[in-house]
Design a protein around this ligand. Structure first.
Ligand code: TNX
Length: 501
């Protein structure tokens, strides 16, 4: 009935009908939740005015500390609605549950089923990464995406802002990052069978005001926007804008127009490190997120072996060879973020490096064994394995399935049933698992409508896994069958569930 399914839900007899005369009693810490609830009721023609003896009561109550910051208690009975939590974040989740109890269509009486819910998430880190570098996605879609995350109690929007194929965030003092790095002449035509996506120029960038606006909009809904700036690899767009950031400063390269990984990566000279720190200073100014992602995946090291500038750094830093520059780079940049009170995050290629501070959180996108290595080095880990969380892969193996990658299948059930923590981890290792998130890479995803189709219903399954534990597939599927009508009413483009989910 609610997706993701609450930890405990007991149906009570009867229903409570909300009408024009229904009022709300706002307890301490509940203003934001009441504001959101009013917004969700508006299409139903209900204003929910304030009143000290309203039948709908929302309040923070510190006595509920055992539910944690995100848990909540919701009771609907024939006398009214009572929503309580230990903190405002819990109330926001409770409002999303309440929203899902409303009739799907805003016509007729608004009868809420009577029930009692006690709910807490299985894991604190629940989110989705959206790659806006391979294909630029308009800011309006990011707002809509945030709404859909909040609906499913997902609280992190990880924005992949830069890559070989595009740079999307303005940085004062470096105008060419977006003016040059934000545009590519064309993109590779996909492999056999895929559609010709952009054989014409493609690009775009957000304004600082748009990014700040997104952060504020998300915060109102309990969602944190975590930015990612890719380094030291996946950096061709930046090198196209400022060749001197590279390993051969006199070489001029266009923004990369192929998919895959460019061999050209950031240099390790001090001026480039200064640039990276300047970019992150702006990132920290725009994004209050505690976590800041610095990429770190798929970084070819061949260039460093040929570059006099890089070889000089190998000598001065006392490294065993150019390959060690990858860990050195991530260690330096992590240290900078830590000095500024932020928590660095990187993909799992960084997790084995001794130079990486323990506080750096590692996203495990390859086989979970790479997460084990990171956990053994003491890093908190977020599970993002491609087999269970990559939404760019097709949802079925049907020949006409709309996809974001030409091959490989990640089904709804694959996402729902990811085993967390991964099997075989010791209690100490398992304790480092913060949670999981979905990845929507967009090499082959040209626009928001296509992205939305790939995201749904699999994002619901990700929430079922991260919030509810992912151990009741038949129950989840039954809930999803009802929830599908709600997605449709919100005009969410999605793959129909079909017979097997
Ligand atoms: C690997 S996952 C990548 C991305 C691609 C993705 C395609 C990761 C950290 N790197 O750059 O977009 O595969 O599925």
């Amino acid at each position: 009935m609610i997706v993701p399914p609450p930890k405990q839900l007991v149906r009570l007899p009867g229903s409570f009908t909300i009408g024009g005369a229904t009022a709300v009693r706002t307890g301490s810490g509940a203003a934001q939740a009441v504001h959101l609830l009013r917004g969700y009721l508006r299409p139903y023609g209900v204003a929910l005015p304030p009143s000290p003896d309203g039948d709908v009561v929302l309040a923070v109550n510190p006595a509920l500390g055992h539910l944690g910051a995100e848990g909540y208690e919701l009771r609907v009975d024939q006398g009214g609605v009572r929503l309580r939590a230990a903190a405002p974040a819990g109330l926001l989740h409770g409002v999303q549950s309440l929203r899902q109890l409303l009739p799907v269509e805003p016509t007729g009486p608004i009868a809420l089923p009577c029930l009692e819910v006690q709910d807490v998430p299985a894991f604190p880190w629940r989110g989705a990464m959206l790659d806006v570098a391979r294909h630029f996605m308009p800011i309006a879609f990011l707002h809509r995406f945030v709404d859909l995350l909040a609906l499913h109690k997902l609280t992190v929007l990880h924005l992949h802002l830069t890559d070989d194929q595009g740079w999307r965030m303005p940085v004062p003092g470096y105008p060419k990052l977006t003016e040059v790095g934000g545009w590519r002449a064309e993109s590779m035509i996909g492999p056999a069978g895929s559609t010709r996506f952009d054989a014409s120029p493609h690009g775009g960038a957000y304004t600082t005001a748009e990014l700040r606006g997104l952060v504020a909009y998300a915060a109102e809904r309990g969602v944190t926007v975590m930015p990612e700036i890719e380094m030291p690899g996946h950096a061709r767009a930046a090198l196209a804008a400022y060749p001197q950031l590279g390993n051969f400063p006199d070489r001029h390269l266009p923004v990369w127009t192929s998919w895959g990984v460019s061999e050209e990566v950031f240099g390790v000279q001090e001026s480039t490190m200064d640039f990276c720190r300047a970019v992150l200073e702006e990132v920290m100014d725009v994004f209050p997120s505690q976590h800041v992602h610095i990429g770190g995946d798929e970084c070819p090291t061949a260039e460093w072996g040929r570059s006099p500038l890089a070889l000089e750094r190998v000598r001065s830093a006392g490294l065993p060879g150019p390959d060690a520059l990858h860990g050195w780079f991530l260690g330096e940049i992590s240290g900078f973020l830590l000095e500024n009170g932020r928590t660095p995050v990187c993909w799992d290629e960084g997790g084995g490096a001794a130079s990486l501070p323990r506080e750096t959180t590692v996203m495990v996108w390859r086989d979970p064994v790479h997460g084990l290595e990171a956990a053994r080095n003491g890093h908190p880990v977020i599970m993002t394995p491609w087999r269970s969380t990559y939404l760019d892969y097709p949802q079925t193996d049907a020949a006409d399935e709309l996809a974001g990658q030409p091959a490989g299948v990640v089904t709804l059930r694959d996402v729902y049933a990811q085993e967390l923590p991964p099997p075989g981890w010791s209690p100490e290792e398992a304790a480092l698992v913060l949670g999981t998130q979905a990845q929507l890479w967009t090499e082959f995803v040209p626009d928001p409508s296509h992205a939305e189709y790939l995201a749904f219903p699999r994002l619901c399954a990700l929430a079922g896994n991260a919030w509810s534990g992912g151990d009741d597939w038949p129950g989840f599927l039954a809930d999803m069958r009802r929830h599908e009508a709600r997605l449709a009413a919100l005009s969410v483009r999605h793959r129909p569930l079909g017979a097997t989910g």
